[in-house]
Design a protein around this ligand. Structure first.
Ligand code: G6P
Length: 608
């Protein structure tokens, strides 16, 4: 969602803001803008559309001289994408400019109040109210004005603010929306996410909810909501800049898919010691897994799909009932939870508003929360009782691939751990599972090496209108993620169905040549799914099957077969999802779409 970048230093701010915003494009946006302060005036440029338009209208920033600035990419929530609604927003005299990520929930009430006080609004946004309120409460001390506004607004915000009265500082504050402060040499930065500033510095402060930063060229001060100075720890970002660059690939999504073997290895390595699964993060946890009578998994999007796979794997392996919920549903349905319950939250970004709220809901009911998160230092890692990291590195493409694969790995290992505690796994079975886990990276690589073949097949479906995905059990969980990958980046209507459910309605949509992608990796369900394939084929469908190597019987029914290497029945998702990710990618790229930035979508959904 919205991206924020801010700069103060001895260089021209605008080109740095444009560069930083380009690194945040992955978050999803529909307009962009900048405010640059030259010591006397604040110049503001904003425009709907891609960042390129802003680059052109400002000649790469040259037309906006000044060494202090804030920039923004907007993902519309209140008001259409337009010049007026784009950020930065400002007060009437243009002495204050503000960029915002989040939602001010009580903005209508506040707006009415400000209108009564004589303020005129030029946009439909919730953000503009902040600019006028800052104007109203500013009496010479920006921190005091910011705090007065914080006391009055409800909702979520990460803000970058400049005041013409304070030519030596940029101000930043956050509540429930991400923001980091970068500390450079004679220059400092603010950003929604580390990639925006990694080119300039690796030293960052993570500001917490309701903390305020006053950022000068050489000095950064932090305050709490009572205006008391606070000390913050400086963190060093260890990952490489290359991790946030395309590295020769046309799109991040391809680069990230190709990184999956490494990501899988990096994710399991810290948890396998002497042929045992270990979770040091849970060592001192107040959870007795051997007594667990159920487990809850809560997430959104692909992370939810990973959790859905987790349900099948954990239930089969550890014989513990698993309830999987969409976070946006879970948080409002008064879930039945209490002490002794464990809720696992899964998130790549660690910032998804609904998943974050679900942590609060679970904790309030006395349950213990374990977050499986990719982004280091993100909100969920601070809010959950325990955090287990996936080691996918920064993921830029909106459509997740490597982070999803890493989530599966953690879930497999949790399943083994739980099964061990529950006594449902024999020692030799456990050894076999661990050795199968260790083989996954090279097997994923084998599937990836076959990508040209998937590309040729995908090219035939660029003009398709509807594509269906079917499977049973774990194969159904694979199918729902495969369908999501395709629809989100190719804009082709794609639906996943439990194969046995087709007859209850969906089969009426099958026409001559409709593509049905069938997933068959569970040996005990082969024949059942083959019957469903026959049903769609006799109504004209063209069937691509993803199945295990050696299951040649499939060739009697399917029109096109993709084989995956042999692994145990629990881990097949890791291999079978690869051809489906590639399929979605190649259809989108074949249509000439911007694969990494699908329309209307955001990487990190920080509003509910
Ligand atoms: C967005 C992204 C998805 C992601 C979902 C959950 O919709 O486009 O790829 O799966 O959010 O995000 P999270 O960061 O919580 O995993």
């Amino acid at each position: 969602m919205c991206g924020i970048v801010g700069y103060i230093g001895k260089k021209q701010a605008a080109p740095i803001l444009l560069d930083g915003l380009s690194k945040l494009e992955y978050r999803g946006y529909d307009s962009a803008g900048m405010a640059v302060f030259d010591g006397e005036n604040i110049k503001i440029e904003k425009t709907p559309g891609r960042l390129k338009v802003l680059e052109e209208t400002t000649h790469g920033g040259e037309l906006m001289p000044g060494m202090i600035g804030i920039g923004h990419t907007r993902w519309a929530t209140h008001g259409v994408p337009s010049t007026e609604n784009a950020h930065p927003h400002f007060n009437a005299s243009r002495s204050i400019a503000v960029v915002h990520n989040g939602i001010i929930e009580n903005y209508i009430k506040l707006k009415e109040k400000m209108i009564k006080r004589g303020y005129k609004f030029v946009s439909d946004t919730d953000t503009e109210v902040l600019a006028h309120m800052l104007d109203y409460y500013y009496k010479g001390d920006p921190v005091e004005a910011i705090i007065k506004v914080m006391h009055r607004v409800e909702g979520s915000y990460a803000l970058g603010i400049i005041f013409t009265d304070c030519p030596d500082d940029v101000f930043a504050v956050r509540k429930d929306s991400p923001l980091v402060i970068g500390k450079g040499e004679g220059e400092n930065f603010i950003a929604s996410d580390v990639p925006a500033i990694l080119k300039y510095t690796r030293n960052v402060y993570y500001i917490q909810n309701e903390e305020i930063a006053k950022i000068g060229t050489d000095k950064i001060e932090f305050f709490n909501i009572d205006a008391e100075p606070i000390e913050k720890e400086l963190h060093r970002v260890e990952w490489d800049m290359n991790a946030a660059e395309k590295g020769g690939y046309e799109f991040f999504m391809m680069k990230e898919m190709m990184e999956q073997p490494k990501v899988i290895r990096d994710t399991f390595t810290p948890h396998i010691k002497n042929n045992e699964i270990v979770f040091d993060e849970l060592k001192d946890a107040d959870i007795d897994f051997s007594k667990l009578t159920s487990l809850h998994i809560v997430a959104c999007g692909s992370a939810y799909h990973a959790g859905f796979t987790g349900k099948y794997v954990i239930e089969k392996m550890a014989r513990v009932p698993v309830y999987v919920d969409l976070a946006s549903e879970f948080r409002y349905r008064n879930p039945i939870l209490g002490e002794g319950d464990v809720v696992v939250l899964i998130s790549q970004s660690g910032e998804t508003a609904d998943t974050k709220a679900a942590i609060g809901e679970a904790k309030a009911k006395g349950a213990k929360t374990i977050a499986i998160v990719n982004a280091k230092g993100s909100s969920m890692t601070r809010e959950a009782d325990y955090t287990i990291y996936t080691e996918a590195g920064p993921e830029i493409s909106v459509a997740t691939t490597k982070a999803y694969s890493a989530q599966l790995i953690i879930l497999y290992m949790l399943a083994i751990k739980l099964a061990e505690e529950k006594g449902t796994l024999k020692e030799d079975e456990k050894k076999q599972l661990i050795s199968d886990l260790l083989r996954l990276p090279e097997q994923v690589e084998m599937v990836l090496n076959n990508k040209e073949r998937i590309q040729k097949f995908a090219n035939r479906y660029i003009a398709a209108k509807d594509i269906f995905f079917i499977g049973r059990g774990i194969d159904y969980a694979i199918a729902i993620e495969g369908a999501l990958k395709l629809k989100e980046i190719s804009y082709i209507h794609a639906e996943a169905y439990a194969a046995g459910e087709l007859k209850h309605g969906t089969i009426s949509l099958i026409e001559e040549n409709t593509l049905v992608n069938a997933v068959l990796t569970q040996e005990d369900l082969y024949d059942k799914t083959i019957s469903n394939i026959r049903e769609v084929k006799s109504r004209g469908a063209f069937v691509m099957a993803v199945t295990n190597l050696g299951h040649t019987k499939i060739e009697e029914v399917a029109d096109y077969v993709v084989y995956i290497p042999e692994t145990n029945k629990y881990f097949t998702n890791t291999l079978a999802i690869i051809p489906l990710q590639l399929f979605g990618y190649f259809v989108s790229a074949g249509k000439g779409y911007d694969v990494d930035h699908p329309r209307n979508l955001a990487k990190s959904v920080t509003v509910e």
